[in-house]
Write a protein that binds this ligand. Structure first.
Ligand SMILES: [Zn+2]
Length: 374
């Protein structure tokens, strides 16, 4: 995520903070300070920082459970609305998804129970005043954990409750169908929240919008993956493109970009082997630094993953989505010659022509040109 600052690594997962999080701290300090002076401002900031420690622990609940099922997590980003963990993939087996989704809220439940026991207090609405409240800091933190637990269990994507709902539906129906039903329920919940927000709580309105968009994005993502599972790489790659020689300058590449408007350029050596790809954005960025005489070889991404034309398109999609998020996947023939490239754009076009709502073709994938033989 851009505009995020790395804090460090814990157990192989990078922790980043989005700059808007500092705006939240500043806002809390200002509001609390205006109400109760510098002391209140400090207390408010410390409180928010402690809440975010709980959010990080919640995310590690998901991360450790996912790791238990062999799914790694490259990073988590802290936003003012909470944490976002980037799992390399979501488990598609309902029981695994259920356990991974519940592991985060379970952490908040444990924290709340421990803090309530330690302070000998009970949940109270007065304590829920959060950052601007007074009284026992630990008791307020316990109440906030209870709130985090309930909020995350809202049955709507991108909340954990949305995943719990999909996992439960997944025992009865396909993953795609379960996602669509869960996304529809989630959007209904979002509309309900939006109405409550209109009655006087602007934060609720903001959360409703966030939930609504999250549900739509999740549904689209899953349909994309499903279509990609029914197609093979060879029928979804771009085959007409201009390649650049390894010795090309950025000026040559800029000329080629104007002529072709290609999003990526394969860079080939004298033996017609792929040595890397140059993206439009890298070209433009490097042109500002090195000028037109700069070398394409210095601006390209030197190694991109390669697959064979009869592998499923979902494999290309997986490679594009997983770190280090290459700009393209090469499709190579048996002699390792480049046959085509697959990028997010080419997959998007395949999606358009297949219609994301159509039932994807079923049956084993066959190499291109082998269709009549069936
Ligand atoms: Zn969670």
């Amino acid at each position: 995520m851009t505009w995020s600052i790395p804090l460090g690594r814990v157990a192989g997962t990078a922790i980043r903070v989005h700059v808007t999080f500092f705006l939240l701290l500043l806002w809390v300090a200002m509001v609390a300070g205006a109400q109760g002076g510098p002391d209140a401002a400090w207390q408010g900031v410390v409180f928010i920082l402690l809440v975010f420690v709980c959010v990080v622990l919640h995310e590690f609940g998901h991360i450790l459970m996912a790791r238990h099922f062999g799914v790694s997590t490259s990073d988590i980003t802290l936003l003012p609305i909470g944490g976002v963990a980037r799992l390399a993939r979501m488990p598609e087996n309902p029981t695994q998804e259920l356990l991974v989704a519940l592991a985060g809220p379970a952490v908040n439940l444990v924290i709340a129970l421990v803090l309530f026991a330690a302070t000998g207090t009970r949940p109270s609405l007065a304590a829920a005043a959060g950052a601007f409240g007074t009284g026992n800091l630990v008791a307020r933190l316990a109440t906030v954990n209870l709130f985090l637990l309930l909020f995350n269990l809202l049955p709507a994507f991108p909340m954990d409750g949305g995943r719990v709902l999909r996992a439960l539906l997944g025992y009865r129906m396909s993953f795609v169908h379960a996602t669509q039903v869960a996304a529809s329920i989630g959007q209904g919940v979002a509309i309900g929240l939006g109405f409550l927000g209109l009655l006087g709580n602007p934060i609720l309105l903001f959360i409703a919008l966030f939930v609504y968009l999250g549900a739509a994005a999740e549904s689209h993502m899953v349909q994309l993956r499903q279509v990609a599972q029914g197609l093979i790489a060879g029928e979804s790659m771009m085959t007409r493109y201009q390649a650049l020689p390894l010795s090309a300058t950025l000026g040559d590449a800029a000329d080629a970009l104007v002529r072709t408007a290609q999003p990526v350029f394969p860079v080939m050596d004298g033996q017609e082997r792929l040595r890397g790809v140059l993206t439009q954005s890298a070209l433009v960025a490097r042109l500002h630094v090195d000028g037109p005489d700069g070398a394409v070889a210095d601006a390209m991404v030197p190694a991109i993953p390669a697959i064979h034309p009869y592998q499923p398109l979902s494999e290309a999609l997986r490679l594009l989505q997983e770190p280090p998020n290459p700009p393209a996947v090469a499709v190579v023939g048996p002699d390792d010659r480049l046959m085509g490239l697959i990028t997010a754009d080419t997959i998007g076009e395949v999606m358009l022509t297949h219609g994301v709502n159509n039932r994807p073709p079923v049956g084993p994938a066959r190499p291109p040109g082998d269709r009549a033989a069936a």
